[in-house]
Design a protein around this ligand. Structure first.
Ligand code: SF4
Length: 253
């Protein structure tokens, strides 16, 4: 993993409007997970003024928990997504514990919270996350094939570890989900069987940023897995396999 340039910064706002949920919280600008298909990479470098490659910089919003405590008191109730353009449990979270303190600041506030990650550090915060009154916890899991996942998300936790952690949250009474997107090469039948015991619901999405990933697919002889028919077939087999096991599914493409 590349060592990122890390800057501690004071954010002006931490509870921000989102087009996906009502609000998003991003404790970090930049993401060490550095997935090759990351949509945030396309605009966050320009937005943040960084010249380093995606994964090579992280701005740490060190005042995020205090800022949230101030903003939440004035905010209209709505669903909060942690996080939209970074992994809230990327490696630096181990040192800074910003996400943990943000979750603590939300306890007792009665805002629905959605937490989404690809990192095993999420497990550390089960004790505080389970104290939120309305929370969904999810991992992005877009294939059951570890080699495929390593190719596209080399710094993320192994798929089986993500599944085990979801099971731990579910067993603790927390609602769990998987974001199966962008669908990656692998077996949708096997993915359905793996996910079903670990999650309450699943969102399915296709690869939407084709120019950004075409080179890596071509280099590995995988271009057939970028076709519309691949995503349609893969998505429908996965959805069928999950629904037949009683999992709520929403396809968003
Ligand atoms: S974890 Fe999410 S934000 Fe981070 S690089 Fe991967 S897709 Fe982008």
């Amino acid at each position: 993993m590349q060592v990122p340039v890390v800057r501690e910064i004071e954010a002006k706002s931490i509870l921000n409007a989102s087009k996906v949920y009502d609000y998003c919280i991003n404790p970090y600008t930049g993401c060490q997970v550095a997935c090759v298909y990351c949509y945030a990479a396309l605009f966050m470098r320009r937005y943040s003024g960084h010249s380093e490659p995606w994964g090579g910089f992280v701005d740490v919003k060190i005042n995020a928990p205090e800022l949230l405590a101030k903003q939440i008191g004035k905010a209209k109730k709505g669903t909060i997504w942690i996080a939209s353009v970074c992994d809230p449990y990327q490696p630096l979270e181990k040192k800074y514990a910003l996400t943990r303190r943000l979750v603590e600041a939300l306890i007792g506030r009665n805002f629905p919270v959605v937490i989404q990650s690809k990192s095993a550090l999420l497990r550390r915060d089960l004790d505080v996350i389970r104290r939120l009154s309305d929370v969904d916890v999810g991992f992005t899991i877009a294939t059951e094939d570890e080699a495929s996942a390593r190719l596209f998300e080399p710094q993320a936790a192994p798929i089986r570890e993500r599944i085990e952690i979801l099971k731990e949250f579910k067993a603790a009474g927390v609602r769990t989900f998987a974001f199966a997107g962008p669908l990656l090469p692998g077996s949708p039948e096997k993915l359905a069987a793996l996910l079903a015991p670990a999650v309450d619901h699943v969102f399915i999405d296709r690869m939407n940023y084709l120019p950004a990933v075409r080179t890596i697919y071509a280099r590995h002889g995988l271009l057939e897995f970028l076709s519309d028919s691949f995503f349609r077939t893969q998505g429908s087999i996965l959805a069928k396999g999950l629904r037949s096991r009683g999992v709520w599914v929403k396809s968003i493409f």
